[in-house]
Design a protein around this ligand. Sequence first.
Ligand code: COA
Length: 218
Amino acid sequence: MAKKVLIMGGLGNGSVIAHAIADANKRGYEELICAGFINDRDNTSEIEGFPVHGGLKDIPRLLDEGYFFINTIFKVGGQKERIALFESLNIPDERLATFVHPMAYVAPNVELSPGCVIMPNVSVSSGTKFGKCCRVMVGATIGHNSVIGDYSFFAANCCTGAYLKIGKAVTVSLNACIREYVEIGNYATVGMGAVVLENIGEGEVWAGNPAKLLKKVE
Ligand SMILES: CC(C)(COP(=O)(O)OP(=O)(O)OC[C@H]1O[C@@H](n2cnc3c(N)ncnc32)[C@H](O)[C@@H]1OP(=O)(O)O)[C@@H](O)C(=O)NCCC(=O)NCCS
């Protein structure tokens, strides 16, 4: 039987993932169905046709009711607080849903930890390992034999080279690309369209072609 998944979040990343799961169902994918959202912010009972089942305080009850979860609560530069909040909820790993859209290519020896989302037209090459709750948005291309930390986010159409070491909660923005063997520290951000040729330190924001340090977020 399909697992019923609730998306923690709302319009944006959350809603595009909800619709991608519904689209996958139309294509015969049966592992998950999107049962709706967990949302404290928008004071609404539905988001784009999916019901809101409650807020973060309702998670213990919703765990008892058998739901699975995908976390999309995210802000560029604001990940530390959001991850601390998510981890304080103590959702067991086995109740984090992993979603791979049927139009994605994920090499057979790729490792996806619980809670990862792989959207349509993504390609993930062989030997790459993802930590928990990573999201790879439409059209992104992830190179081979890379190691990616928990909670990292790859925006649409970014392209990463091989043998990367990417830390925890790194954001790779729209259409950015990263040269092979580069190392990126925890909580760093690669800006839209950046061409990254050098290692990036923890909490640093880099942008441009070739990418340069824009600022460091404490
Ligand atoms: C890199 C980024 C995080 C910087 O955001 P910010 O801190 O708000 O920066 P600002 O917009 O204030 O810009 C600061 C400077 O950097 C420049 N800059 C910002 N983003 C840039 C980019 N991607 N490439 C080149 N220069 C950039 C600005 O022109 C500005 O330059 P100036 O000081 O000479 O005027 C942001 O531009 C970005 O890329 N966000 C990710 C968007 C994305 O992919 N969203 C998808 C999520 S679904």
